[in-house]
Design a binder for this molecule. Structure first.
Ligand SMILES: C[S@@+](CC[C@H](N)C(=O)[O-])C[C@H]1O[C@@H](n2cnc3c(N)ncnc32)[C@H](O)[C@@H]1O
Length: 351
């Protein structure tokens, strides 16, 4: 299948517009909807699975019409894709949709992570943070609390134009009638766009174990040469030369313990240094501080951060108001950038 296809791509709450823009940049006609984006175009399934960084799942729309027609569509889909095919029916009012999961396993599984650290970000959320901050790989980047390296690796993949799905296979490749030649041609086209990362990417962490894991993941993903790793406290992390982006997923707890508070102080010191070095005035568009959303009670204003009102005005994951620092606070399960809550698990959205 590689003709005109309609898809639904799911993402973490808050990333819908970024995902729709990503799908649009891939040549599809796309629009954000709650929980993801709808898109259509030639080879939409393969493009979204292989090349969209922010999407967690992709489903092929098999039916979208009056609810009374969905049973016949379901029977036909079972006949084509098998009785166990991962089909999803959604009914709303008098209408219904029928969709078929195209990815197989979630798209945040890039196929390179050797092991995860204590509180890893999802790759798709990390990519969303970078794109929300306007990062395109052409400027220096520092993650001073890199943990297992998700942000730095996503940055390296983005900067080197590495397709996020290049190292894995997808369910759609096993569908009957799948056009293997078209998918192979798409993989080759995407590979031809790759380039060495044009600007430095620094990743550091004070924890030696976490840093070793990040380096192992980078080696596994063949991204090691793009990233400079350093074991150090965030307060003393070396800023890459030039002006760039600090992106960070700091430790976060329901109760802000002494250790967590020390980490945020170290981050504040780094931001002061970055400002003195000519990097733009720090702004903190975290999950808790975005426009119109209530501040999260788990997050305490910290030294060096803007006052909540100020940060709320200054933030927002848009391309125009580009932050110099992109921060997310999250539980192990990740957070929505605009959801206004720190601990909500990313919904798979509607299918
Ligand atoms: C939430 S984890 C980051 C997870 C990472 N984004 C990932 O996907 O694996 C926070 C990290 O901050 C590091 N950290 C905490 N305080 C630090 C400090 N003062 N300097 C450097 N690293 C620090 C911890 O060692 C931990 O690896």
């Amino acid at each position: 299948m590689s003709g005109d296809e309609r898809i639904f791509a799911a993402c973490a709450p808050g990333l819908e517009e970024i995902l729709a823009a990503e799908l649009g940049a891939l040549g599809l006609s796309a629009r954000p909807v709650p929980g993801g984006a709808e898109a259509s175009g030639r080879g939409a399934v393969a493009l979204a699975c292989l090349a969209a960084r922010v999407s967690d799942a992709v489903a092929l729309r098999l039916f979208d019409g009056p609810a009374r027609g969905v049973e016949a569509a379901l029977a036909s889909a079972r006949k084509t894709y098998g009785p166990g095919a991962p089909l999803a029916v959604r009914r709303e009012g008098g209408r219904a949709t029928l969709s078929l999961d195209a990815a197989g396993s979630p798209l945040y599984k890039r196929g390179w992570r050797a092991r995860t650290g204590a509180a890893p970000l999802r790759e798709t959320l990390a990519a969303g943070m970078l794109l929300a901050a306007g990062y395109d790989g052409s400027e220096p980047l520092l993650d001073p609390m890199c943990g297992s390296g998700t942000l730095a690796l996503e940055a390296a993949a983005l900067a080197s134009r590495r397709a996020p799905g290049r190292s894995r296979s997808f369910a759609f490749e096993r569908w009957p009638g799948h056009d293997a030649a078209a998918t192979a041609a798409l993989r080759a086209r995407l590979a031809a766009r790759e380039r060495p990362a044009p600007a430095p990417i620094h990743a550091s962490d004070r924890n030696g174990g976490a840093l070793r894991l990040a380096q192992k993941n980078a080696a596994e993903g063949d991204l090691g040469p793009s990233i400079r790793f350093e074991r150090c406290d965030a307060a003393t992390a070396q800023l890459p030369a030039g002006r760039g982006l600090v992106v960070v997923n700091p430790p976060y707890g329901v109760r802000l313990g002494e250790e967590v508070s020390a980490s945020w102080k170290a981050l504040a010191q780094l931001l002061e240094r970055s400002r003195a070095a000519g990097w733009a005035r720090p702004r903190v568009p975290g999950a808790c501080e975005t426009a119109g959303s209530p501040a999260c009670s788990s997050c305490t204003p910290h030294e060096g951060s803007p006052a909540p009102q100020e940060s709320r005005r200054a933030s927002g994951p848009t391309r125009t108001r580009r932050p110099i620092i992109s921060v997310t606070c999250s539980s192990a399960s990740a957070s929505g950038l605009r959801s206004g809550t720190c601990s909500s698990p990313p919904g798979r959205g509607r299918a």
